[in-house]
Write a protein that binds this ligand. Structure first.
Ligand code: 16G
Ligand code: MG
Length: 568
């Protein structure tokens, strides 16, 4: 045998090194977690909304472990990681936690299982579990990434449990010697914004000043540019769900021109953050969307423009009540079409439409009439993904201008590097083209591309309504929603309901989809699907059809199919 050995090969043939973390660090992990034991028999899972539960059901333990996951994630990406403590639209006594990746996006999916593993580890095994995570994710033949420094930033919503949970988080970050900054109260999208700003600072992709003030200034400047040559009629009433959106929107208003100054008049309601128990109580985007009615606290008159944010201000829906007191909802599907209409118009006027591919991303919940309107009237492509923001976000990134919204009001617009280059570098050939290009440039800054953002989405929607001189009724009349019905079905084990085709079809249990198809065919424009919820122990059924009675009947029949198969 020759004595020659390929140095690469010899590296790869070696067994993977195993790192042992210093004893003082492991001891600190064990000692600091002492006040936060895992309650007997609890199981946690990092789902579409991170971890979410009753704040007193061991969430302190979970948050402590999230601190450890964030430390490893930060070392892995060599970047600042965000942690948001919120339970969004859930009741006041709940809380939750989510990790934010370096570009201000949701935690990469493969890391959700690491977060889940640590969360389910009892205190006496946690130091070892952290060491295992380090070995699994940070150490290989070539690199020992655990030696890198870690940086984490965090914020919370207005829930009463927030400050206590922050104590648990800090205990973890101190144990593993992470440098951190506590941003106090922020909306979820503000935290995402700041994470992205920090990680792009001084780069060609710089996103903005990494401060709360930087957020307001960037958006206000873009809004002012967009208001040039346009005017907003009447005021908009914003229901802040008695959550963090209230104080933050009030702050935002200080940076915006008023109606008299060519800007916007915002009337805030439900901004009580003094009584934390009022959070999301009979108000907020989730209340309005699921109950299909205005919050009882609303004193808006017929036709008045209203919108509701959720508890952490990352969702928004619009609505109004007409002269005959009928309530009309303009949900995420509508906001997506409104935004797409404007962006398509502007690229056309600017003469750059042939260079940019605009598309809309929806989920199976999007109303069939919305999908048809986008494809047939706007002539734009529609992509459908499974429920959960991260899926929509990734699909939207495949377009030059990708507009994504879930029907529940969570969404935003993404501009590709190519789109930003084309928009920034095009030379206008007429005042009309210049106005359109200036508008598009300002949209890039007004829209929070890191994540769906209720405040940013609202300002964008207001600009488009002003541009079109549309009332909410005009907006609603662009297409008429198919009547639809959502039903929640409890079954023994929801995990047997497995979907395919972006959740539009069940692949198991075998036979269930055939029965659903048969029922759908019985109705004009009948469409229905069933999917296991990612956040609750239930299966959700959605059905739509030509008339309200038919939609309800179809929903009932599909729910029955789910019950039947769920009982087996
Ligand atoms: C989570 C998702 C939301 C989705 C909802 C569906 C994020 C940030 N949140 O709240 O987008 O609509 O789950 O809930 O992704 P479900 O699975 O219970 O229907
Ligand atoms: Mg939310």
């Amino acid at each position: 045998m020759s004595s020659y050995s390929n140095p690469r090969e010899s590296v790869f043939n070696q067994p993977k090194p195993v790192v042992t973390l210093p004893n003082d660090l492991l001891d600190a992990v064990t000692k600091n977690v002492e006040p936060y034991p895992i309650p007997e028999g609890r199981r946690y899972e990092y789902g579409t909304a991170g971890f979410r539960m009753k704040a007193n059901a061991g969430l302190d333990h979970v948050i402590y472990t999230v601190g450890l996951t964030a430390a490893a994630r930060s070392k892995k990406r060599n970047a600042t990681i965000g942690i948001m403590i919120t339970a969004s639209h859930n009741p006041a006594e709940d809380n939750g936690v989510k990790l934010v990746d370096p570009m201000g996006d949701m935690l990469e999916q493969s890391w959700e299982s690491y977060a889940t593993t640590l969360a389910n580890t009892p205190n006496d095994k946690l130091a070892k579990a952290y060491e295992n995570l380090v070995n699994e994710t940070l150490v290989d033949e070539i690199r020992q990434l655990h030696e890198r420094p870690a940086k984490v930033i965090f914020a919370r919503d207005t829930r009463a449990s927030g400050p206590y949970l922050v104590t648990a988080l800090k205990a973890a970050l101190d144990a593993v010697k992470v440098e951190y900054t506590d941003y106090g109260l922020l909306t979820t999208p503000q935290l995402h914004y700041i994470v992205r700003c920090i990680n792009t600072l001084n780069s060609p992709y710089a996103f903005g000043e990494p401060t709360e003030q930087g957020y307001y200034e960037k958006m206000a400047k873009a809004f002012k540019t967009l208001m040039y040559g346009r005017s907003i009629h009447g005021s908009v009433t914003v229901d802040c769900a008695n959550g963090v959106g209230g104080p933050k929107l009030k702050e935002m208003i200080k940076y915006l021109p008023s109606g008299k100054e060519g800007g916007i008049d915002i009337r805030i309601i439900n901004d009580d953050v003094v009584r934390p128990e009022s959070l999301n109580l009979d108000c907020g985007a989730d209340y309005v969307k699921t109950k299909q009615r205005a919050p009882p606290s609303s004193n808006a008159g017929p036709g008045d423009r209203c919108c509701s944010l959720d508890g952490d201000a990352d969702r928004i829906v619009y609505y109004y009540t007409d002269e005959s007191k009928t309530f009309h909802l303009l949900d995420g599907d509508r906001i997506a079409t409104l935004g797409a209409v404007f962006l398509a118009d502007m690229t056309r006027v600017a003469g750059i439409d042939s260079k940019l591919k605009i598309g809309i991303v929806q989920t199976a919940y999007a109303n069939g009439a919305a999908t048809e309107y986008v494809e047939k009237v706007l002539k734009l492509p529609v992509a459908v993904t499974p429920t959960g923001v991260k899926h929509l976000h990734h699909a939207a990134a495949r377009y030059d201008i990708g507009v994504y919204f879930e029907a529940n009001g969570h969404g935003t617009v993404l501009f590709s590097d190519n789109a930003i280059k084309v928009i920034k570098e095009s030379e206008p050939k007429s005042p009309g083209q210049k106005h359109a290009l200036d508008s598009l440039r300002a949209c890039i800054d007004l829209i929070n591309q890191a994540v769906g953002d209720a405040i940013s989405d609202m300002l964008f929607a207001e600009v488009v309504l002003a541009h079109k001189s549309w009332t909410l009724e005009n907006w609603r009349n662009t297409y008429i929603d198919l009547p639809n019905r959502l039903v929640r079905v409890e079954v023994r084990d929801r995990s047997i309901f497995k979907t395919t085709d972006a959740e539009r079809k069940l692949e198991s249990p075998k036979g269930a989809q055939d029965e659903i198809d048969k029922f759908c065919q019985m109705y004009v424009k009948g469409r229905a699907f069933a999917r296991a919820s990612g956040t609750e122990d239930a299966v959700r059924v959605y059905a739509e059809a030509h008339s309200k009675t038919e939609a309800e009947k179809l929903a009932g029949q599909v729910a029955e199919v789910v019950r039947k198969y769920g009982a087996n």
